[in-house]
Design a protein around this ligand. Structure first.
Ligand SMILES: *[C@@H]1O[C@H](CO)[C@@H](O)[C@H](O)[C@H]1NC(C)=O
Ligand SMILES: *[C@@H]1O[C@H](CO)[C@@H](O)[C@H](O)[C@H]1NC(C)=O
Ligand SMILES: *[C@@H]1O[C@H](CO)[C@@H](O)[C@H](O)[C@H]1NC(C)=O
Ligand SMILES: *[C@@H]1O[C@H](CO)[C@@H](O)[C@H](O)[C@H]1NC(C)=O
Length: 384
């Protein structure tokens, strides 16, 4: 029989041969336990040291073992304990949960009348907050009247961008009914109707924060060692700034000062002769460090970088069609491309509560001239 040749019958002849390796394994195991014990409780007296080596024993041991984990500073311990506690506190149930729509804009919102259509009939389930950094906006929609918060100048790529995001969050958090927080720009349009957006964001337990590892010059190439020891290069992430945050995460952003300060000081234009943009790295890195499974890793706001220019594609009047919006809203995979020569592309299915679903609720950048066409198409493309 063939099997007899391959599998030995397993008899007496095998046993004596097994004895030797077994003893070696036992011996090695005892040695390993001894080494671990010595490592955890380093010998204090010279006799114990002599067993290991005649010279300074701690040095010898540390040569063969990985260094013990770093001693955290008082500030880090305080930060970690606050973050862990907020994460472990179950969200408060509110009678009338709302979504906060936070608009970051230089002034007026050119697409306000499209958003007016989006919000119509859903009073009481949303709140609007506007950060207008240059001029006081003129409004065309009652939903946007008197919704500006105290604003400040925003410089593209500088920390003032993150400050504006935090200012919007702080103001939106004042309303305890707000359960999810969406950051939008003046060139954003809705790809779905209000109910779809509300359910998508309210009935999930993650924040939609774009976060991926880009080893190229526009990713980890922007990292500075001055961020050490709190922010290690291996945790440095990149992502588009257009996030949605669940309430718990919004509170954590308010609570953080330590990591924010690292990005404010060492991730800025001209840092070490390179340009680092805090709004593309602070939250993607921070949440990757503290709650990696609590974020989706993609943004629900679509943007088209396929032209590979310094700015993403802007949609003008000639681009607008029913098919364009349907195309954008039917994408079910998120794509990330590294900025190094290899241009490694990662395609990830968008998973919503364990189910593959379309990724995008909003899209940018839409020029003001698209307004009338978008208003006309809105009832059509949100019908299905
Ligand atoms: C979110 O819910 C899914 C199930 O729907 C669960 O597997 C996952 O662990 C939850 N994540 C968090 C961060 O609570
Ligand atoms: C996001 O990425 C991190 C690792 O980078 C991973 O642990 C986490 O599961 C991802 N989130 C989701 C929702 O898949
Ligand atoms: C929509 O997607 C289809 C299939 O990928 C493509 O052929 C078509 O050109 C797209 N249309 C627009 C307007 O983007
Ligand atoms: C929307 O309009 C397009 C033509 O512009 C038409 O082909 C399509 O059937 C319409 N869809 C709905 C749901 O009405």
């Amino acid at each position: 029989m063939k099997e007899m040749n391959i599998l030995p019958p397993g008899g007496r002849q095998q046993r004596p041969q097994l004895k030797k390796p077994t003893w070696i394994i036992v011996l090695i195991s005892i040695l390993c336990i001894f080494v671990v014990v010595v490592y955890v409780h380093p010998p204090q007296d010279s006799t114990a040291c002599y067993i290991f080596s005649s010279s300074s024993c701690s040095k010898t041991i540390s040569r063969w073992l990985p260094p013990p984990s770093r001693q955290l500073s008082d500030e880090e311990i305080a930060s970690h304990v606050v973050i862990k506690n907020i994460l472990n506190t179950p969200p408060l149930e509110t009678e009338n949960p709302k979504i906060a729509f936070m608009f970051l804009s230089p002034g007026s919102l050119p697409l306000e009348r499209l958003w007016d259509k989006f919000f119509q009939g859903h009073e009481g389930r949303f709140s609007i907050h506007i950060h207008a950094s240059k001029v006081k906006p003129v409004h065309y929609s009652r939903y946007f009247q008197d919704r500006e918060i105290r604003s400040d100048k925003v410089d593209w790529g500088k920390i003032s961008m993150v400050d504006a995001e935090k200012r919007l969050l702080a103001n939106a958090l004042k309303d305890p009914s707000n359960q999810h927080f969406v950051l939008l720009s003046d060139s954003c349009v809705p790809l779905r109707d209000f109910d779809y957006v509300y359910n998508y964001l309210m009935y999930t337990n993650v924040s939609f924060i774009d976060s991926f590892e880009d080893p190229g010059p526009h990713g980890s190439g922007r990292y500075s060692n001055l961020m050490l020891p709190e922010v290690e290069k291996k945790f440095f992430r990149k992502g588009a700034q257009w996030f949605t945050l669940k309430r718990q995460h919004a509170i954590i952003v308010m609570a953080d000062n330590l990591y924010y300060t690292k990005f404010r000081d060492y991730c800025r234009p001209g840092m070490d002769g390179r340009n680092c943009y805090a709004d593309e790295h602070y939250l993607p890195t921070f949440f990757h460090m503290f709650d990696p499974t609590g974020i989706a890793n993609w943004s629900v706001t679509h943007v088209d970088w396929s032209e590979r220019k310094w700015h993403p594609k802007s949609y003008g009047l000639k681009d607008i069609s029913y098919q364009l919006i349907r195309n954008l809203s039917s994408i079910k995979e998120s794509v990330h491309e590294t900025s190094d020569a290899k241009r490694v592309t990662t395609v990830t299915p968008c998973m919503w509560n364990g189910r593959n679903r379309p990724c995008y609720l909003f899209a940018r950048k839409f020029l003001p001239e698209t307004l009338e066409s978008m208003i006309e198409l809105f009832p059509n493309y949100t019908m299905v």
